[in-house]
Design a protein around this ligand. Structure first.
Ligand SMILES: [Zn+2]
Length: 301
C-alpha cells in the first residue's frame, strides 16, 4: 500500500533526496551537471533537475525520475527506493493561504502597519552559502526556518512594517509577498538608508539589496525589474546625489533598465551598470574588489 500513500504527496523535496544521495545539488535548484553516479567517468555527463526531480545520463545509463536514480544507485527495488524518498524528501510545500492569514486591504488606503508573523532570528542555514552574513540577516530582521524559507520584513521610509517577502528555498514560486502589500509601492531597504545618500544603488531582488548593503553600498530593491510610478516618487524623496541601476542580467533586467532610465530621466544623475556575463544578478559577485569594479563602471543612456 506504499504506492497509494506516496501518490498522495504533492511535492517532494528533491534537493534533500539528492543531498541524501551525496550528489551535491545546488541550493537554488535548477539543472546541474555531475559525473554520473552510475558509471565511471571523468567528465560530467549526467544532468539532474532539482526542481522536477528528472535526470539523464548522456553516456547511456538511462534517464527518468529520481526514484529510478535511487533504485539504480542503491541497486534496490522500486519499493525500497520509494521508502528512501519518503524518508529523505517528504515535504509538503505550504500554500500561500496557510502562510498568510491576513486580509487583503483596499487599494487606495494607506498601507497599515502589520505584525511580522515569523520568528525573527530563526534564519535558514542555506542562506549563508550565498555569502550573506548572520550580522546582515539580523540587521534586516530575517526570520523563519529551513523548510518554509527566509522571511524579510518590508518597512517604509518611516520604519513602519508594511509587509514581508518570503523567499522559499524549494517551492515555486520562489517569492511570496504579504498579500496586503503592493510591491510596486515600496522600496525594500529604504528604512536602512542614512539621511544623506551620495550614490543610491537600485537592485531587483531582496537578497541583492542585503548583499550590496553588506558590502557597504546604500541600496534599495524594487522587488521586481520595473520601476513603478510610485517608486519614482519614493526615489525622489530619498534625494540621492546619483542613482545607479543594477538590475539582473536577463531580458527583464534590460527592459527594466531602459524603462527605469526613461522614468527617472529628469531625476538628475542616473546611471546603470553592466553585470559581467557569467553572473545572473549582483549578489552573485561575492568579492569586494570585483563588486567595486563593476559598480564603479557606470554607463549613461
Ligand atoms: Zn552514466
Amino acid at each position: 500500500m506504499i504506492s497509494r500513500k506516496v501518490s498522495k504527496i504533492k511535492n517532494y523535496d528533491w534537493y534533500e533526496i539528492l543531498r541524501a544521495l551525496h550528489l551535491d545539488p545546488p541550493i537554488d535548484g535548477g539543472e546541474y551537471q555531475i559525473t554520473c553516479p552510475l558509471h565511471d567517468e571523468r567528465r560530467p555527463s549526467c544532468s539532474i533537475n532539482v526542481d522536477t526531480g528528472k535526470w539523464i545520463c548522456f553516456a547511456g545509463c538511462g534517464a527518468g525520475d529520481i526514484q529510478l536514480l535511487v533504485q539504480l544507485m542503491k541497486k534496490s527495488t522500486r519499493g525500497e527506493a520509494r521508502t528512501f524518498i519518503e524518508q529523505h524528501g517528504m515535504y509538503r510545500i505550504p500554500k500561500a493561504s496557510e502562510l498568510f492569514k491576513h486580509e487583503r486591504i483596499e487599494e487606495d488606503k494607506p498601507l497599515p502597519e502589520i505584525e511580522f508573523p515569523f520568528e525573527k532570528g530563526r534564519i535558514p542555514k542555506w542562506i549563508y552559502k550565498r555569502g550573506i552574513s548572520k550580522e546582515s540577516l539580523i540587521r534586516w530582521e530575517a526570520g523563519v526556518d529551513d523548510k518554509a524559507g527566509l522571511a524579510l520584513p518590508v518597512r517604509d521610509a518611516d520604519k513602519r512594517m508594511i509587509g514581508w517577502v518570503l523567499r522559499q528555498r524549494v517551492a515555486d514560486p520562489k517569492y511570496l509577498y504579504y498579500p496586503g502589500m503592493k510591491k510596486s509601492q515600496v522600496l525594500f531597504g529604504q528604512h536602512l538608508l542614512l539621511k544623506r545618500v551620495k550614490t543610491l544603488y537600485v537592485v531587483e531582488g531582496s537578497l541583492d539589496a542585503i548583499s550590496l548593503d553588506q558590502y557597504g553600498y546604500p541600496v534599495v530593491s524594487l522587488l521586481g525589474a520595473m520601476v513603478s510610478a510610485a517608486q519614482v516618487k519614493l526615489l525622489r524623496n530619498i534625494k540621492a546625489g546619483k542613482i545607479v541601476l543594477v538590475l539582473d542580467n536577463d531580458e527583464a533586467g534590460q527592459k527594466g533598465t531602459k524603462k527605469g532610465l526613461t522614468q527617472l530621466r529628469d531625476y538628475g544623475i542616473v546611471k546603470y551598470v553592466k553585470l559581467p556575463r557569467h553572473v545572473k544578478d549582483v549578489q552573485e559577485i561575492q568579492d569586494a574588489n570585483a563588486l567595486e569594479e563593476v559598480l564603479n563602471n557606470t554607463y549613461s543612456w
